[in-house]
Design a protein around this ligand. Structure first.
Ligand SMILES: Nc1ncnc2c1ncn2[C@@H]1O[C@H](COP(=O)(O)OP(=O)(O)OP(=O)(O)O)[C@@H](O)[C@H]1O
Ligand SMILES: [Mg+2]
Length: 269
């Protein structure tokens, strides 16, 4: 996913959450508090990860920032503008690839352009470049059903990148991949981000993945979700895979692990 041949970077979007909270109302009439009032600022071009246990409100936070869900309180401001609908400069990668099985790989990648700009053919060359960058050259004419899970997720990432998003929201994008593909995707994602420096919010269950990729790791506590730790990761870039064995890396992961241990989420058996 190196960005050789990519168009000039448009710069990252600034993200601000002001007292943002979310309570779901269920069909049975119950209230489910998913996110406590949260203040958060993300600088343009920052790579931020959110880690936390299942059900702590990570996807909710992402959907709120994406404008796919309305907050129960507070407001979200992107580049100085209050979010009321999906922002045009956002790209989203969900937990599952959500490709349309009746469209070819290329037509899946071009879907956001078709919907937002109406001129997908002008972007066909760019779509081919992206496919090449994720190691899928020649697969444009295939259908999602002809690809493996890892290949489909790479197509979903191309679809998010086609519009050169100033803010890339990724919800456990590598969760369903085998360990080797996952390692390659992590390394490729860092290379892509280093070349475009857009703002990235990356959700994961993996503490190692969060520390390896991020400038900052937000650790969330169980429901109702709250940010318990805001940890700056000051490891030089580009980070090589061997950084995993360095004392500083191990110290960052241990600090995050301690939060989960204190909450009883991780215990020694
Ligand atoms: N539409 C909904 N209606 C009611 N409750 C919901 C709804 N969506 C999510 N929730 C609840 O809100 C909480 C947060 O959900 P969310 O999907 O944000 O968690 P998550 O941190 O992304 O979890 P995971 O790691 O399993 O993906 C959960 O307890 C969930 O049950
Ligand atoms: Mg989730």
């Amino acid at each position: 996913m190196s960005a050789a041949g990519a168009a000039p970077a448009p710069g990252g979007v600034a993200v601000r959450l002001e007292g943002v909270a979310k309570t779901y109302e269920t069909r049975e009439g119950d209230s489910v508090p998913a996110l406590e009032p949260t203040d958060l600022g993300i600088e343009p071009g920052q790579f931020v990860a959110i880690v936390g246990p299942s059900g702590c409100g990570k996807s909710t936070t992402l959907a709120l920032i994406a404008g796919l869900l309305a907050p129960s309180a507070g407001r979200i401001v992107l580049d100085g503008e209050v979010v009321r609908r999906p922002h045009p400069r956002i790209g989203v990668v969900f937990q599952t690839d959500l490709l349309l099985y009746w469209r070819t790989v290329i037509d899946n990648i071009l879907l956001p352009i078709e919907v937002k700009l109406g001129n997908p053919r002008d972007y066909a060359r760019r779509a081919e470049q992206l496919l090449e960058q994720v190691g899928l050259q020649g697969f444009g004419g295939k259908y999602p059903g002809e690809l493996s899970g890892g290949m489909r997720q790479r197509v979903a990432i191309c679809r998010a990148l086609i519009q050169e998003p100033g803010l890339l929201l990724m919800d456990e994008p590598f969760g369903a991949l085998d360990a080797l593909t996952r390692e390659q995707m992590i390394v490729d994602l860092q290379a892509m981000w280093l070349s475009v420096r857009n703002t990235v919010l990356f959700i994961t269950h993996s503490i190692d993945e969060a520390v390896f990729l991020s400038d900052r790791v937000l650790v969330m506590s169980p429901r109702p979700g709250r940010i318990d730790l805001d940890l700056a990761v000051e490891l030089p870039r580009p980070r090589r895979w061997a950084v995993h064995t360095e004392p500083r890396f191990i110290d960052y992961t241990a600090r995050i692990r301690r939060i989960f241990e204190a909450k009883g989420i991780l215990t020694e058996r």
